[in-house]
Structure formats: structure tokens, C-alpha cells
Design a protein around this ligand. Sequence first.
Ligand SMILES: Cc1cc2nc3c(=O)[nH]c(=O)nc-3n(C[C@H](O)[C@H](O)[C@H](O)COP(=O)(O)OP(=O)(O)OC[C@H]3O[C@@H](n4cnc5c(N)ncnc54)[C@H](O)[C@@H]3O)c2cc1C
Length: 381
Amino acid sequence: MEFDWAPEDARHRDEIRAFLAEVLPADWEEISKHGPGSDTQAAFSKTFCARMAERGWLTQHWPAAYGGRDASAWRHAVVGEEMWAIGEPRGAQYMNVNWIGPAIMRFGSEEQKAFHLPRISRGEVLWCQGFSEPEAGSDLVALRTLALREGDEYVVNGSKIWTSYVDNAEFIFLLVRTDPESKRHKGVSVLLCPVDTPGVEVREIPSVVGARYFHEVFFSDARVPVSALLGPEGEGWNVVNYALQYERVGAARYARAARTLDRLAELARERGMLDDPTWVEKLAEARGVCEAARVLTYKVIDERAKGRPPSADTQLARVAGTRADSAVANLAVELLGAEALEYGSYADANFRLAMTAGVAVGATEVQLNLIASRFLGLPRD
Ligand SMILES: Cc1cc2nc3c(=O)[nH]c(=O)nc-3n(C[C@H](O)[C@H](O)[C@H](O)COP(=O)(O)OP(=O)(O)OC[C@H]3O[C@@H](n4cnc5c(N)ncnc54)[C@H](O)[C@@H]3O)c2cc1C
């Protein structure tokens, strides 16, 4: 069994690091603390992604026919680790390349592919994800936002909540119910809806996590052309399932956690704390959690690289990734005390990010339920 990186992927990691050193501004760390939803990072992501695209790296894992280079899932993983570790300079565009583009490739009409994929591949468009609703989070199939067909349009009414990045986004990947009589997974559809559609209103939800993280999006008789429907009407659940498999391991949280851990270990060394074996043990334990998440994620990437359908390993990797995030964030507080929570500090930015990790993209408890039923054969609730 070969655990090391292929030489060409290892070389690519060096190229990416050199590129980051060249293009990231001196105050990048400051910019990144505000989160990918901030105006500064949204604007920066366009410049940055355009430069990645110029080198052919932004969507290199996509098929050449859609603006990619047919690169392997491993090559894309290298990019994801390096980006996430440094604070994700692609901003919200990580979603475009990880799952929105692939979902359009898989389910889109020729017209949708021709319009959206080149724009994503050039790094010039921001998207957001409109799934959760006030009464439909973990239980997403309880969604009620209604899109009723009238001629060549859908008339959309309802609301979405916790929508990240929407204030700077051009499109919302919108999950709606197109059959008002339908229940649960049936009768839902996905619309590729322009955010500036009349009748769409965005309101920020102030949050301890940071400014511009969360929003509500209200739809009042918003008219969306039928041509914006992704895949067959009423079969949106397949689209969402496909997309979420990619999203759950799309963010290399373990890479960010490991980078933070390096910094913590350095600080502990500078402060003479490593003379105390308790701290050494705690740092080592946290490293173990990060490594476990990395290896479990690699299992999913390996499945993808071999063209196998996604398995429940995705849930394992997701839970391990969020645990790595919290283990390191909690250790930072133990090590640094109040200093770790000082607003604007690096440790604070990580702590706030880790706080939400177990909720975003499906709560940890829900992932654990899925693991229990799929791996252990336990009955579903
Ligand atoms: C940082 C962040 C970014 C987000 N961005 C977006 C976005 O861009 N677009 C979007 O659509 N949504 C987004 N969300 C919303 C996210 O998908 C939901 O918060 C998540 O699905 C949980 O739903 P909820 O908040 O309604 O909580 P609930 O579903 O009400 O859950 C509340 C608690 O109950 C527990 N729980 C619920 N059901 C079960 C169960 N069956 N068994 C055991 N425990 C259970 C949960 O684990 C959780 O702890 C984001 C969330 C966060 C934190």
C-alpha cells in the first residue's frame, strides 16, 4: 500500500504554495479573519480565482470539455488542502468548483452548461446555497418554499435561512417545492435563481460568528424562468444528494486545524510550556484527531478518484473533520486562555469557525445517525 503523494501531485503542492506566496497580499491574514462572506474577501476571491484560472488550476479536476484539465480527484484535494489551510482565498467560490459546477455538469441542460460553467471556470461568479428554511434544517425535506409554474415561469414564495455569501452572490442554488401537494423528498426541484430577481429580498442575521455570515432570503412572487430549472421537475432531491456528497468533504477543515495546531505548538514552545508533558500530550492528541480526519477524507477521495459512487465514508470524514476543528479550537483556549478569545485574534477566528463546524452542511448528530444506520445497521429514528 502506497501512502505517499505521487511526485507530480507533491510538485503541484509546491507550485500552489509558491503561487500563494506570490499573490496573497501582505494583510491576507487580516482579510481572511473576516470570513469568506465579507465584502473584502468576496471582492478578493474574484481577483484571486481569475489568477488561478489563468494558470488552469481553478477547475483542473473538471473534464476538459467544461473548462477543466481532467486532473484527478487527488490533484484537486491538494489544492483544497492548501487553500483551506491558509484561510480559503477562493472565498465562496470553493463551492462553485467543488459541487455547484459538478451538479450543473451532471443535471444541467446544454444551455445551462454553456452559460454557467465557463463563468465558474474563469472565477468570475459568486454563488450561494439556498437549502435551509426556518422549519427545515436537519429535516431538510420539510421545506415549504413554493415555486408554482405559470406559463414559462415559476412564481416563488417562501423564505430561506442561514444563507451564507448571498449578499455578494449573483446566483442562488435554490431548493423549492414545485408540487404543492407533495411531501418529503418528492415534488422538490432546484432552480438556478439570479439573486437580483425582483421579489427576492436579503436580510443579514447578526451573529456571534462574524458579520455577513448568515442571512435570510425572502421570496415574494419572485418570477424565475423555467429555463432555470436544474434537472427534471420534482426530482431535485437527487440533485441535492449528489451535491451534498461533494460538499461534506469539500472543505479540508483538517488542513486548517493542523495549520493552527502548528502555530499553537510554536507558541507553546516559545512560552516554555513544552517542558510540561501534559501540554505535549494534549498537542499530540489534537494532532492525532487532525490526522484521523485527513486519512478518513482520503478514503473518500480515493473512492472518487476510482469513479466509485459515494459511500457512508463521506459522513465519517465529515464528522472527523468537524471534530478536528473543535479539538484544536478548544485546545487553543486551554493553552492561551482569554487571549485565544480576544476578538480579531487568529485563535478567535478559528474558534468561531469551529463553533459552527458541527452544524453547517448537516449537524454532526444527524451525520452520526446516518453512520449508525449505514455502518452499524441500527434502526433509523
Ligand atoms: C456556518 C453555517 C453556514 C451555513 N450556511 C448555509 C447556507 O449557505 N445555506 C443553507 O441552506 N444553510 C446553511 N446553513 C444551515 C445549516 O445547513 C443548518 O443549520 C443545519 O442543517 C441544521 O439545521 P437547523 O439550524 O435548522 O438546526 P435543527 O435541525 O433545528 O437542529 C438543532 C439541533 O438538533 C439536533 N438534531 C436535529 N435533528 C436531529 C436528529 N434527528 N437526531 C439527533 N439530533 C438532531 C441537531 O444536531 C442540532 O444540534 C449554515 C449553517 C452554519 C452553521
